[in-house]
Design a protein around this ligand. Structure first.
Ligand code: VL7
Length: 134
């Protein structure tokens, strides 16, 4: 693995999360709560094996995968859909394609200086988030 993402990271900025949630059909009340959160990412990486926990006071979400191996993702507690997801390396970036009902769905993580960057996409929406080590 070209990069080590391991650590506990706290959200420091988020752009367009509201429209990303709308593109996932998240209801108004849930969006109002969700956009107030400052989640943490707890990432455990052993080579190409990952677990990524997104933790908040409202909901938690866990994914576990190995780079290059497609996995079934159940977005339970988020938009509650079933996805077929595949994470690959694009140079130093970790790129996930999430196949399912929604077109153009996926995410990309990379490290820039001491920051963890995340781009979340769904349909025509792009949400950009930055995390820092806590
Ligand atoms: C995971 C949320 C909006 C529902 C609750 C918001 C709770 C905290 O998949 C994601 O990250 C990847 C890459 O790090 C690893 O799984 C993003 C949060 C996206 C989408 C849906 C709003 C309800 C937020 C869990």
């Amino acid at each position: 693995a070209p990069v080590d993402f391991s650590g506990t990271w706290g959200l420091v900025s988020s752009e367009n999360f509201e429209n990303y949630m709308k593109s996932l059909d998240i209801d108004f009340m849930t969006r109002k709560v969700a956009k107030m959160l400052t989640p943490q990412k707890v990432i455990e990486q052993q080579g190409d094996k990952f677990s990524i926990r997104t933790l908040s006071t409202f909901r938690n979400y866990l994914v576990e995968f190995k780079v290059g191996e497609e996995y079934e993702e159940d977005t339970k507690g988020l938009d509650n859909r079933k996805l077929l997801s595949l994470v690959t390396w694009d140079n130093e970036r970790l790129v996930c394609v999430q196949k399912g009902e929604k077109k153009n769905r996926g995410w990309t993580h990379w490290i820039q200086g001491d920051e963890l960057h995340l781009e979340l996409t769904c349909e025509d929406q792009l949400c950009k988030q930055v995390y820092q080590k806590v």
